[in-house]
Design a protein around this ligand. Structure first.
Ligand SMILES: Nc1nc2c(ncn2[C@@H]2O[C@H](COP(=O)(O)OP(=O)(O)OP(=O)(O)O)[C@@H](O)[C@H]2O)c(=O)[nH]1
Ligand SMILES: [Mg+2]
Length: 306
């Protein structure tokens, strides 16, 4: 039988140091990549990039209940479209609940997400960091075989480590888990899956609760968030939900920005890989990134969507 790395599931090999799964000795339980990730943090090459279509096919072939893991800043059409393509019985899990700002009423948040993205199943909140696992256990207890999937870095392996007391490799590098990994938990089977990949994944760890920042924007100014420039044609109030470590600056407009779009009051401008901005008031906005990088939606943190 082929021996697999207990950290990421890749078959172990001693032949080629530059290929995935390499280990100097087959007696080792970890591949060299997982060894480095566990002991030295981030200084490693990227793992194998997953093919989302093949990954989805493999998930759909499994006869099991699926828990699809995402987090507060990574709820967007692409993520939800992938969730909806899962044919098994399933739940959406908003993990890393420890980063959700304190002023947000989580029951309302989940209700809003359900309505805006038209999700039929229950949405569950969890955090391996804060040991918020009670609602997950309720689901797990109802099934014999449970598969955790979702986009890379959403905390799937961290949750499974907490639940099954295993030692899967966890890191803020994309593609940490390389293959499906089966393990037992009580009389059940739990499966960890490699993460789906997109172009805008936050590789930085969000360690602290998000502190929303409220701005009064004047139309002569634009907001600068990393490489993103965002301006409005009216004075508007907005609240920004991003990692506290990202710098936000207000600067005077000197150039016109490429894309203009209309937004209604109480909608979010979601910027993939960064977070979202809730805008109060109808306005047009101007942005320097193309349409595939951002989305507009009714705000998940307010409003009434009956
Ligand atoms: N704030 C917070 N961070 C978490 C939590 N769970 C995991 N993380 C961090 O999120 C990052 C990704 O965790 P993993 O468990 O490796 O994520 P994954 O979904 O298995 O990732 P892939 O294997 O690449 O698909 C790590 O840096 C973790 O420390 C959580 O509950 N809260
Ligand atoms: Mg993983």
């Amino acid at each position: 039988m082929i021996k697999k790395c207990i950290g990421c599931g890749i078959p172990l090999q001693t032949e080629n140091e530059n290929d995935l799964g390499y280990t100097p000795k087959l007696e080792n339980d970890l591949c060299a990549r997982c060894f480095k990730l566990k002991h030295y943090g981030n200084k490693i090459d990227e793992g194998k990039n997953q093919n989302n279509t093949i990954l989805l096919e493999k998930i759909n072939k499994n006869k099991c209940h699926v828990l699809f893991i995402t987090d507060f800043l990574n709820i967007n059409n692409e993520v939800i479209d992938t969730y909806k393509k899962i044919k098994n019985s399933k739940n959406l899990v908003i993990n890393k609940s420890d980063i959700i700002p304190k002023n947000i009423i989580v029951s309302k948040l989940l209700c809003n997400i359900k309505k805006i993205y038209k999700i039929d199943e229950d949405i569950i909140l969890s955090s391996s960091k804060n040991n918020k696992l009670d609602d997950l256990y309720k689901i797990i207890n109802k099934h014999n075989k449970i598969l955790f999937c979702g986009y890379t870095n959403m905390g799937k392996s961290s949750l499974i480590n907490k639940i099954t007391k295993t030692n899967l490799t966890v890191s803020n590098k994309r593609n940490t888990t390389q293959e499906f990994i089966k393990m037992s938990y009580e009389d059940k089977t739990i499966i960890d899956a490699p993460g789906f990949i997109n172009n805008y994944i936050i590789e930085k760890d969000i360690k602290n609760i998000i502190r929303p920042i409220t701005y009064q924007m004047k139309n002569k100014y634009y907001l600068n968030i990393e490489e993103i420039k965002l301006a409005f044609n009216k004075d508007v109030n907005l609240t920004i939900y991003i990692d506290n470590n990202i710098r936000v600056e207000k600067r005077k407009i000197k150039e016109t920005l490429n894309y203009e779009e209309k937004i209604n009051s109480n909608c979010d401008i979601l910027i993939k890989g960064i977070g979202f901005i809730k805008v109060k008031g109808d306005t047009n906005f101007f942005i320097n990134i193309s349409k595939d990088r951002y989305e507009i939606r009714p705000s998940i943190v307010g409003g009434n969507y009956e």
